[in-house]
Write a protein that binds this ligand. Structure first.
Ligand code: KG4
Ligand code: ZN
Length: 356
């Protein structure tokens, strides 16, 4: 079964072809350089870029896959991210997927982007069910009970900022160029964490939700009290300026990331008191963070269960994970029709599939 995956929820335009043996072809174009000029994603520019790139990228994907003179005859399903994400960006991918579905008579499947992130782990390792899913991205922080690839329940989520947002905002306030998360990680690697510098926010309760806004405020306060420690300004590449960074900022970055990672593992450990998972899946852009990876490795070792984290290229937004999620939906015989809606951030994804 060959599934085409399409991803355009934020600032990556990506398409991939996946079958049961793995990835057949994959293309991705990031708009990070464009949005860096504005210090964050500009939705209108993002959707225009998706519209400009999605057709040519699809052509390159088909060339890469080498499917013969009639490539569309080889494609069994078209899976597309329907949300959550930026509405204008989502609509480009969804409209493109509908056009392909209609033109070539290929069934359409709408995918929950967050579930796609989690299922990316299944491409490289076997997920043992039930699994505890920890989805940490730029816009979302969700804990899931995963009973199977199409059977997931949200146990808790952030009430305000996402873990990635907390990283990005601290990075921006410290003077790091956008997108700041990965650079903050690099900065933290040069520092020593002080476990008492920042709070583990919203952990003194018995629920599974998160709130990172207090940590963000603590980070801003520290930065306003240490203006001399800010990241060196200049036109040279950020990687070069990293070498000149103030040691206090490196230590604060390490401490801030430890606060995020420990807050996540505190709630993950609490979720494991409510049910007994056979594996832990950590996914989404922030799963690329070295401190988060280390702290979850510790938790998994202590509980003696496998930890599954996608490789770095599958942590950020990509279409391979969307095609993989589509493969599972197709196996469950779930498809959508041309009325498939795009769902912006903050709204829940309807369970409106049709069973074949
Ligand atoms: O999943 P993703 O690519 O896009 C969304 O769906 O949001 O996640 C992007 C987020 C951004 O906040 C980015 O700064 C963060 O992931 N990120 C990191 C690292 N790499 C990406 N945060 C901390 N450490 C990293 N190494
Ligand atoms: Zn994402």
């Amino acid at each position: 079964m060959l599934v085409l995956g399409i991803e355009s929820s934020c600032d990556e335009t990506a398409l991939a072809l996946v079958d049961e043996k793995g990835v057949r072809a994959s293309v991705i174009s990031s708009q990070a350089d464009i949005h860096a000029l504005f210090g964050g994603v500009v939705p209108e520019l993002a959707s225009r870029e998706h519209a400009r790139l999605i057709g040519p990228l699809c052509d390159s994907l088909l060339k890469q896959a080498n499917l013969g003179p009639e490539p569309w005859k080889a494609v069994d399903y078209i899976a597309v991210t329907r949300g959550p994400g930026l509405m204008g960006s989502l609509l480009v991918g969804v409209a493109f997927a509908k056009a392909l579905s209609l033109a070539h008579g290929i069934p359409l499947i709408g995918i929950d982007h967050l579930q796609g992130h989690l299922l990316a782990a299944g491409l490289e390792h076997e997920i043992l069910w039930p699994a505890l899913g920890v989805l940490i991205s730029g816009g979302h922080t969700h804990l899931y009970r995963m009973d199977g690839p199409v059977d997931m329940t949200v146990l808790g989520k952030t009430l305000d900022d996402a873990a990635g947002e907390a990283c990005d905002k601290f990075a921006k306030a410290a003077g790091l160029p956008y997108p700041g998360g990965a650079l903050l990680d690099a900065l933290g690697k040069k520092g020593t964490a002080d476990a008492h510098l920042f709070p583990r926010p919203y952990t003194h309760n018995d629920n599974l939700d998160f709130s990172f806004s207090g940590l963000k405020t603590a980070g801003s306060l520290w930065l306003s009290q240490h203006p001399q420690a800010h990241f060196p300004a200049g036109d040279s590449p950020a990687k070069e300026r990293l070498e000149l960074a103030d040691q206090r900022l490196c230590d604060a970055a390490a401490s801030y990331l430890l606060a995020i990672a420990e807050t996540l593992t505190i709630k993950a450990a609490r979720a494991m008191e409510r049910f007994t998972p056979r594996s832990i899946v950590v996914a989404g852009g922030v799963a690329a963070n070295s401190v988060v990876r280390r702290e979850f490795a510790r938790l998994a070792e202590k509980r003696n269960i496998p930890l599954l984290i996608p490789s770095l290229s599958l942590c950020g937004d990509n279409a391979v994970m969307i095609a993989e999620a589509g493969r599972h939906m197709a196996a469950a015989r779930r498809v959508h029709d041309l009325s498939l809606s795009a769902v912006p951030r903050g709204q829940s994804i309807p369970r409106d599939w049709r069973v074949l």
